[in-house]
Design a protein around this ligand. Structure first.
Ligand SMILES: Cc1ncc(COP(=O)(O)O)c(C=O)c1O
Length: 395
């Protein structure tokens, strides 16, 4: 692996804080590094590999499509894209029923922002403190973290107003007749697995309706069954005007998607937006295979059940270890906030040495995003390792 680390340092932009490991292959929740050592993957490429690694059904769909037609321009009709639109309309929240395809979460946010402004003719976007919406300039303008924003301040858009997450009275003050949209993650992922309160999303929904603004839900991380519902907003029974989706949608083949109610999406006219790779046959076939696999194997229900099991085990750790400040999340999107960043880093590296890939976000929040196929035995193995690491027996 040392050779890979050396090439990385010499030839790659050093934008990522990478763990000292590189993987050769995977199967289900398991990964093998370049030296043949096995790991359990509780990150799933950050909520991407929903079916786990090398899923035979997904691999079959990808290879069949690759042999037929990998790419096709959006200057013609694309059968797989049309079919994916129909499939998504069947699972999307509320009246969301028309879709634009792109290649990433950030791009899906860009489309949502442009569509909001086009549909309403307004210019202000209300967003949340602790939000994360991506690194392109529009998405970054909506992203809270100062260290991500500051170096590029000169290029950020001025039209974004941040309000505290879960604070409806601030929203009441911020949303006005200039507001095109309120954009929010139902569970803030990068921001530290922070769950919207019971009142917040329904309150925003009502406020947006009253003031003529659109409600944009960023479900890039929470979508595709991750939280025990197809879309996290179902937990709050809230229906968005626009929803963004990416990560898990095609199980690892790059794809992004902006969905909207038909009357909102129809505000996009020919020439208003586009993406060369957006919704190409390969990505769409992969997404169709993922959706069908999730349905047939009932993985949304499974995410809810396993999530409950996982959450209970993490809560027991919370009781036993004073260094655990809070456990939160829904389904298989769980976070455990520790008392110190150094401890979170120690647990992260200790877990890796013991063959578990986990993640730390927002400094000191251990984040767990296993594939939806995770089993109780995998969770038990991680939890007993965490128990030892939190006791300070990192090894
Ligand atoms: C809620 C949310 N929105 C947008 C993004 C950006 O997605 P991408 O990295 O695919 O551009 C992320 C990525 O973590 C995310 O969690």
């Amino acid at each position: 692996m040392e050779e890979v680390f050396r090439l990385d340092r010499e030839y790659l932009a050093q934008t990522y804080k990478r763990l000292p490991v590189a993987f050769e292959r995977g199967r289900g929740i398991f990964l093998w590094d370049l030296e043949g050592r096995r790991y359990l993957d509780f990150v799933s490429g950050v909520a991407v590999s929903v079916l786990g690694h090398a899923d035979p059904e997904l691999c079959g769909a990808i290879s069949r499509q690759a042999r037929r037609l990998i790419h096709m321009t959006n200057l013609v009709h694309i059968r797989e894209q049309a079919e994916l639109g129909r499939e998504l309309a069947g699972i999307a929240p509320g009246r969301v029923g028309k879709f634009f395809f792109c290649n990433s979460g950030a791009e899906s946010v860009e489309a949502a922002l442009k569509l909001s402004v086009k549909h309403t003719g307004r210019k202000k976007i209300v967003v949340m403190e602790n939000s994360f919406h991506g690194r392109t300039l529009g998405a970054l303008s909506a992203t809270w973290k100062p260290s991500y924003r500051e170096p590029f301040k000169a290029l950020l858009l001025p039209n974004f107003q941040f309000i505290p997450f879960n604070d409806l009275s601030s929203a009441e003050k911020a949303v006005d007749e200039e507001t095109a949209a309120v954009m929010v993650e139902p569970i803030q992922g990068e921001g530290g697995v922070r769950v919207a309160s019971r009142e917040f999303l329904p309150g925003l929904r009502k406020l947006c309706l009253e003031r003529g603004a659109l409600l944009v839900l960023d479900e890039v991380q929470t979508g595709m069954g991750r939280t025990g519902r197809w879309f996290a907003c179902e937990h709050w029974r809230v229906e968005p005007d626009i929803v963004t989706l990416a990560k898990g949608l095609a199980g690892g083949v790059p794809i992004g998607c902006t969905g909207a109610t038909p009357e909102v999406m129809d505000s996009f006219k020919q020439g208003d937006h586009g993406a060369t790779f957006g919704g190409n046959p390969l990505a769409c076939s992969a997404a169709l295979a993922v959706i069908r696999a999730i349905k047939r194997r009932k993985l949304v229900r499974r995410a809810e059940r396993m999530g409950r099991y996982f959450m209970r085990a993490l809560r027991e750790l919370e009781e036993d270890h004073p260094c655990v400040e809070e456990v939160r999340g829904k389904g298989l999107m769980l976070g455990m906030e520790l008392d110190q960043e150094e401890r979170a880093e120690e647990v992260l590296l200790g877990a890796l040495r013991r063959g578990f890939l986990i993640n730390v976000t927002a400094g000191k929040v251990l984040r767990f995003l296993p594939p939806l196929v995770v089993e109780e035995a995998h969770i038990d193995a991680l939890v007993s390792t965490l128990d030892e690491l939190l006791r300070g027996r990192g090894g």
